[in-house]
Design a protein around this ligand. Structure first.
Ligand SMILES: [Zn+2]
Length: 747
C-alpha cells in the first residue's frame, strides 16, 4: 500500500503541472519532492475509528460568561455522543494562551472554557478535538507583524469582510508556517485533546499579494501573482493553483507533525480539502470531518449524501463524518441563532448517514436560544446509537461509480455559446462555463431516480486495485483526463469493466488543453470531427430500436435531443439506436417543421470493447437533464447504465417516489438504505409522480338564500360527506391526486 502510494505521488500530476505550467518551476518542484520524501506511512486503525457520533460546540467571544454547561453535558449524554469538537484558538483563544498575539476572549476572565469542557468530556469518555481557525487577526498583531496580513493587489491590507476590527491573514506565510504551529503545540501539550480540527485552515483571503506570496511564487514559477483566476488556461493561473496546493500539502504535513510530536496519538484534520489529491491527502490525514453544513435554496435533497460519497471516495479506508449545522448557514444571510425545520434537518442528516457519514452536529454559539432542534437531533442520535453495529461499515457494495474530475472542474473551459443555429444566443450567466458541475449533477440525479447504488471515484485513483470493484464507471463530460488516466480506463474496460461517457469526455488533457481527438476514441468507436456546437435548439433523436438503449420509448419515433452537440465521425457503419434530427426553427410556429427528418448521424455509441462495454453520448445529455428534467433523458441515462452493467444491480428497489438508496456491508450483516426524498421541496424541477395527499376539510360560505342539494367530488367521482356548521358547508375530501373539484348543486 505504501509503495503504491509513493509510486503514485512520484509519478503524479503535481510535479508535471509545475514543469508544464511554469518555465521556472524548480523551487516548487523541490518543495513537492520534500513533501514526498517526508510523507508519513498510511496510519492504521487509531482512535479515530471509535467515535460514531460527534457534536461541535462552536464558541463566540461572549460564550464563556453566557453558555449553559449543564445543558451541554446533559445533551452529550442523551445523544450518546462519543466525540466533541471544542473551540480552542485561532481568531479567538478560549483558554489562557501564552502565545504572543493570540487574542483571548475578553469574556474569559480567569476562566478556561476550552480546558473546562475538555476535562469534563474526557471524564465522560468522550474524545476531544480542539478547533482552530487562523483566517483572521486583530489590529495589534498586524501592527507588530505587517507581514502576517493578506494584501490586495495595491498592497493594502485585506480587511475582514464583516468584522471591521479584524484583518484577513495570509495563509502562505508566517501565520501558517510559524505562528499557528506554536498555537497547536500549546493546545496539544497543555490539554488532553485527541487532535485538532482546522476550520478555514487555508484562510479565506483569496489571492494574496503580500511580499511572501509575491517573492515565493516568483521564485517557484517565474511568474507574478496573477490579477485574477478567471482564466484557468493562462500559464500563471495554472502555476498559481499548483503553488497554493503545494502550500496546503506542506501546511497539512507541518501541522500534522506538530500535533503528533506533542501527542503521538493525536492528529490534525481539515474540514475541507477542495481539489487536493486524495492520495497525497491520505499521507497525512487519518479521518475527515466534511464541512458542508446544509442546503442552500437551489441544492437538491441528496446534497449531504453526495458529500458523504465524496468523503468516502477521498478517504477510502478511513472514517468519514459529515458536519451539519442546525442553524441556517448555507445562504449568504446566515441566520445562525435560529434553527431549520425538523423535516429539513432529519432529511439532511439521514441522507448523509445512508451514504456513510458519521453524524457531526455543529452548533454555532454555545449559548442556545432556539432549542427546537434539540429533540430532533436527540431522536436521530439515539436511533443511530441503538443500531450502531449496522453503521460500522466494512465495505460499500455499489458496483457503479461516478468519476469526479478535479482537472475538468478546474481547467476545462469551453468557448461560450455564440449561436443556436437559427437564433442568436445570449450567454446564460446561470450556466457555469468552466468545469462539468452540471453534467455531474444531472447524472447524479438520474442515478438517484433510477435507484442505482453508486459511489464516487476520483480520476487520480483509477488504479486497477481500486476500480476493479466497480462494474460501471460513469464519466459525465470528464473532459480533462491525462493520457495515463485514459490508459487506466482502457485497461479497465478491456478486462471487463464498462464506462458510460458523455459530451467531450477525454477531449482535453489534464490541463484542459484541447486534443485533436478523444483520448478514448477507440473505446467510443468514433473520432472527433473538430467541432462542438455550444448551443443547439430544437434538436431531436430518431428512435431506431428496439435496442436496450431505447427501452421505454420504442412507441415514439423521436425524443428530445440535447443543447450542445459534439461532431464526430463513426469508425464503423453500425446503425445507432438513436440518430440526429438536426436543429430546425422553433419560431415562428408556421416555420416549425424539419426539412430533414432523419439522418444517419449517431447520437449514441453502444459497443463492446475487450471484455467490457462502452456507451458514449456525443452531446450534453446529463447536463441537459439537470436543466430540463426530461423523462426520456432520464430513461436514456438509466438504460445506458443498465446495459453497461450487463447484469442486475446488487440492490434494486421498486415503489413510488424519489428514494435515495445505498447498500453496505458490515462484519456480520448487510444493510440496504432507502431515504425518502419525495417532497415538493426536494429540488427545483418538474413533477414525476403524483402523490395522493389528504384528508382535507373544505369549509364553504354558500350564496345567500340557497342550500346544498348535492355535493360531488369530481376527481374521486363520489358523493362527498358533508355537514353544516355555523351556517357553512363543511366538505370532507379524503385525498387529492391531481385536481379535486368540490361541485355543490344548489337548491
Ligand atoms: Zn500572502
Amino acid at each position: 500500500m505504501e509503495n503504491g502510494m509513493a509510486d503514485n505521488i512520484s509519478g503524479g500530476l503535481d510535479r508535471r503541472i509545475l514543469l508544464q505550467a511554469g518555465g521556472a518551476a524548480v523551487g516548487t518542484l523541490a518543495l513537492s519532492q520534500n513533501a514526498l520524501s517526508a510523507a508519513a506511512p498510511a496510519p492504521g486503525r487509531g482512535w479515530e475509528w471509535e467515535p460514531m457520533r460527534w457534536v461541535q460546540i462552536c464558541a463566540t467571544d461572549d460564550d464563556p460568561q453566557r453558555y449553559d454547561k449543564a445543558f451541554w453535558v446533559d445533551f452529550l449524554k442523551r445523544t450518546s455522543t462519543q466525540g466533541v469538537c471544542l473551540s480552542a484558538g485561532g481568531v479567538t483563544a478560549f483558554y489562557p494562551t501564552k502565545v504572543p498575539f493570540h487574542y483571548r476572549s475578553p469574556y474569559l476572565g480567569k476562566t478556561d472554557m476550552f480546558g473546562d469542557l475538555t476535562q469534563t468530556c474526557k471524564k465522560m469518555g468522550i474524545r476531544v478535538l480542539g478547533r482552530v481557525d487562523p483566517h483572521a487577526m486583530h489590529e495589534d498583531a498586524l501592527t507588530a507583524h505587517p507581514e502576517w496580513v493578506a494584501r490586495n493587489a495595491d498592497g493594502s491590507p485585506k480587511r475582514h469582510p464583516t468584522a471591521s476590527d479584524l484583518h484577513l491573514t495570509c495563509p502562505n506565510g508566517p501565520v501558517t508556517f510559524e505562528w499557528m504551529p506554536k498555537v497547536l503545540k500549546e493546545i496539544v501539550s497543555s490539554y488532553p485533546v485527541d487532535g485538532i480540527f482546522g476550520n478555514r485552515w487555508a484562510g479565506s483571503a483569496g489571492i494574496c499579494y503580500c511580499n511572501t506570496c509575491k517573492t515565493e511564487f516568483k521564485a517557484a514559477s517565474g511568474f507574478d501573482v496573477p490579477p485574477s483566476l478567471a482564466n484557468p488556461q493562462s500559464p500563471e493561473v495554472k502555476a498559481y493553483n499548483v503553488w497554493v496546493d503545494e502550500k496546503r500539502y506542506a501546511q497539512l504535513k507541518l501541522w500534522g507533525d506538530t500535533v503528533s510530536a506533542a501527542n503521538p496519538q493525536a492528529f490534525f484534520t481539515p474540514g475541507t480539502w477542495g481539489r487536493l489529491d486524495p492520495v497525497r491527502l491520505r499521507s497525512t490525514i487519518r479521518a475527515v470531518f466534511s464541512d458542508r453544513q446544509g442546503r442552500g435554496g437551489q441544492d437538491p435533497a441528496w446534497l449531504n449524501g453526495r458529500s458523504a460519497k465524496e468523503a468516502y471516495c477521498a478517504m477510502q479506508d478511513r472514517p468519514v463524518s459529515g458536519i451539519f449545522a442546525v442553524g441556517e448557514t448555507s445562504t449568504p444571510y446566515r441566520w445562525m441563532d435560529s434553527c431549520q425545520s425538523s423535516a429539513e434537518l432529519t432529511s439532511y442528516v439521514h441522507d448523509g448517514l445512508a451514504h456513510g457519514f458519521r453524524p457531526w452536529l455543529t452548533k454555532f454559539k454555545a449559548e442556545v436560544f432556539d432549542r427546537r432542534w434539540v429533540p430532533v437531533i436527540e431522536k436521530i442520535y439515539a436511533w443511530h446509537a441503538r443500531h450502531e453495529t449496522y453503521f460500522r461499515h466494512t465495505e460499500n457494495l455499489a458496483r457503479v461509480a461516478m468519476v469526479q474530475s478535479e482537472q475538468t472542474a478546474t481547467y476545462y473551459a469551453p468557448p461560450a455559446p455564440q449561436s443556436a443555429g437559427n437564433r442568436e444566443v445570449v450567454p446564460d450567466a446561470a450556466q457555469a462555463r468552466i468545469g462539468n458541475a452540471d453534467y455531474m449533477r444531472g447524472f447524479y440525479q438520474a442515478l438517484v431516480e433510477a435507484r442505482v447504488p453508486f459511489n464516487m471515484a476520483d480520476e487520480r485513483q483509477l488504479d486497477p486495485d481500486y476500480i476493479a470493484r466497480y462494474k460501471v464507471l460513469v464519466l459525465p463530460n470528464a473532459a480533462a483526463l491525462s493520457d495515463a488516466q485514459c490508459t487506466q480506463l482502457r485497461s479497465y474496460v478491456e478486462k471487463g469493466g464498462a464506462i458510460v461517457a458523455t459530451h467531450e469526455t477525454s477531449l482535453c488533457d489534464e490541463w484542459g488543453k484541447p486534443r485533436a481527438n478523444f483520448a478514448l476514441a477507440d473505446l467510443f468507436g468514433c473520432d472527433y470531427a473538430g467541432r462542438t456546437d455550444q448551443r443547439v435548439q430544437n434538436v431531436y433523436m430518431t428512435v431506431r430500436g428496439p435496442h436496450p438503449l431505447t427501452q421505454g420509448f420504442d412507441d415514439t419515433p423521436r425524443i428530445m435531443g440535447g443543447t450542445k452537440l459534439v461532431h464526430v465521425r463513426p469508425r464503423d457503419q453500425a446503425m445507432a439506436p438513436l440518430t440526429l434530427v438536426p436543429s430546425y426553427p422553433d419560431l415562428p410556429m408556421e416555420r416549425v417543421f424539419a426539412t430533414q427528418w432523419q439522418t444517419e448521424t449517431p447520437l449514441v455509441f453502444a459497443r463492446n470493447f475487450g471484455k467490457g462495454r462502452v456507451v458514449y453520448f456525443p452531446f450534453d445529455l446529463d447536463r441537459c437533464f439537470w436543466e430540463v428534467s426530461n423523462q426520456d433523458h432520464l430513461a436514456l441515462l438509466r438504460n445506458a447504465v443498465a446495459w453497461a452493467a450487463n447484469g442486475t444491480q446488487p440492490l434494486t428497489v421498486s415503489g413510488p417516489g424519489m428514494v435515495d438508496v445505498s447498500y453496505w456491508r458490515q462484519k456480520d450483516s448487510v444493510t440496504a438504505h432507502l431515504v425518502n426524498l419525495t417532497n415538493p421541496m426536494a429540488m427545483k424541477g418538474y413533477m414525476r409522480e403524483l402523490f395522493a395527499m389528504g384528508p382535507y376539510t373544505v369549509s364553504l360560505e354558500l350564496p345567500q338564500g340557497r342550500n346544498a342539494r348535492a355535493v360531488r367530488l369530481l376527481e374521486s367521482g363520489t358523493d362527498a360527506i358533508i355537514h353544516i356548521e355555523d351556517g357553512r358547508l363543511i366538505v370532507k375530501v379524503p385525498n387529492v391526486i391531481a385536481h379535486e373539484v368540490v361541485a355543490v348543486d344548489l337548491s
